[in-house]
Design a protein around this ligand. Structure first.
Ligand code: HEC
Length: 337
């Protein structure tokens, strides 16, 4: 029931050409944008990171267009500028950026110019860009295996970082299902990760799990995770939901939760989540608010397509995460229109 074309229009943001490289004065110990603490940004360095308070750009022109030739922290900072620029604004350039950043990772891996923590984030980020290009922009010719390798490398470099492990695991679970492998070990590991950090694992996995056939047991696990998810308790200070890099994080999370409940046939809980989405920060600027209004006006029409699917069928295509707003449901720029 997700009207893809409407999102395509709403989210088809104006194409902004990346400016040519130029030099800028070093930033010293300044937090660009003040958008909260950020893992692997070193604000006391010569590198320049994206300024999330800029309404229409994450690219400040400091670096060469596709980060050519850069190494060390500049390679990482440039990757961040490029990632967030094409992720939030120039969607049509995602595949091009991904293809440029894979050799950058190889270069930085080879010259040893980044510490493990930064290098892990660099590998993660390039993989995330590939996933975004595939999921939202429909770039199906990008190699998934390469993204998995990047995530495995990120996990190897920073094994305690659950966010990285969760991202890697979504690809692994997908692969196991496609290959018809025994899912029990995956389910056990999923709950082990969940126990370590429900605030990260729930949002990362719930929509992925809800999309699988009911007979795998994953949709029920997704619903159980959502049942137990209390944003304030789970996230503490980390989840103030108003970061400019995920301005619609709360609305997207609640909407996605509504879909999880629709998936398992719980209409009342679906309605509650839609109401929470409606009450979330930035809702009045959220590109998907019409979908919530329509769903609240006719909740049966919202749940019916899910109920129509059999036990052995995927519903990935019915979920928002199966559309061209898979990431932008939460990450659309606040001033994007
Ligand atoms: C349900 C909402 C939601 C969806 C859907 C979502 N994200 Fe996020 N994402 C968030 C929130 C919230 C954060 C945390 C903000 C922060 O603290 O950085 C985040 C953080 C991130 C970060 C920064 C992580 C870091 O290194 O700290 C990246 C990159 C990212 N998401 C990419 C994606 C991509 C790619 C997709 C789509 C495949 C996606 N997200 C889908 C809500 C979402």
């Amino acid at each position: 029931m997700i009207p893809r074309t409407r999102f395509a229009l709403l989210l088809a943001l104006p194409f902004a050409a990346l400016p040519l490289a130029s030099c800028s004065s070093p930033t010293s110990c300044v937090t660009p944008g003040g958008d909260g603490p950020y893992p692997a940004y070193d604000y006391c360095s010569e590198a320049t990171y994206p300024d999330f308070t800029q309404p229409r750009t994450r690219w400040d022109g400091t670096y060469p267009e596709l980060c050519e030739g850069l190494t060390g922290e500049h390679a990482w900072a440039c990757t961040e500028q490029l990632f967030w620029q094409v992720f939030q604004f120039d969607h049509g350039r995602r595949a091009e950026a991904y293809r440029a950043l894979v050799p950058l990772v190889e270069r930085v891996e080879a010259d040893g110019s980044l510490d493990d923590h930064h290098l892990a984030r660099l590998n993660l980020r390039v993989a995330q860009l590939g996933v975004a290009a595939m999921a939202e922009t429909g770039e199906t010719d990008l190699p998934v295996g390469q993204m998995q390798t990047l995530l495995e490398r990120a996990h190897e470099l920073d094994p305690d970082e659950i966010f990285i492990e969760a991202w890697l695991y979504t690809l692994l679970v997908n692969g196991a299902i496609v290959l018809g492998q025994d899912l029990d070990p995956y389910i056990d590991h999923l709950w082990a990760m969940y126990d370590r950090d429900p605030a990260i694992v729930t949002p990362t996995f719930m929509a992925v799990l809800a999309g699988f056939p009911k007979e795998t047991g994953f949709p029920d696990i997704a619903a159980e995770m959502v049942d137990r998810f209390v944003p304030e308790e789970a996230c503490g200070d980390l989840c103030d939901w108003e970061f400019l890099r995920a301005s619609f994080g709360a609305a997207g999370q609640y909407f996605s939760s509504a879909e999880v409940y629709a998936r398992v046939g719980d209409t009342e809980k679906a309605r509650e989540q839609l109401e929470l989405a409606k009450a979330s920060p930035n809702y009045d600027r959220w590109p998907l608010r019409d979908v919530v209004e329509d769903a609240l006006a006719d909740i049966d029409a919202f749940t019916a397509p899910f109920e129509a699917r059999g036990e052995d069928e995927y519903v990935t295509d019915l979920l928002i995460t199966g559309t061209d707003a898979a990431c932008m449901v939460c990450h659309a720029p606040l001033e994007g229109e």
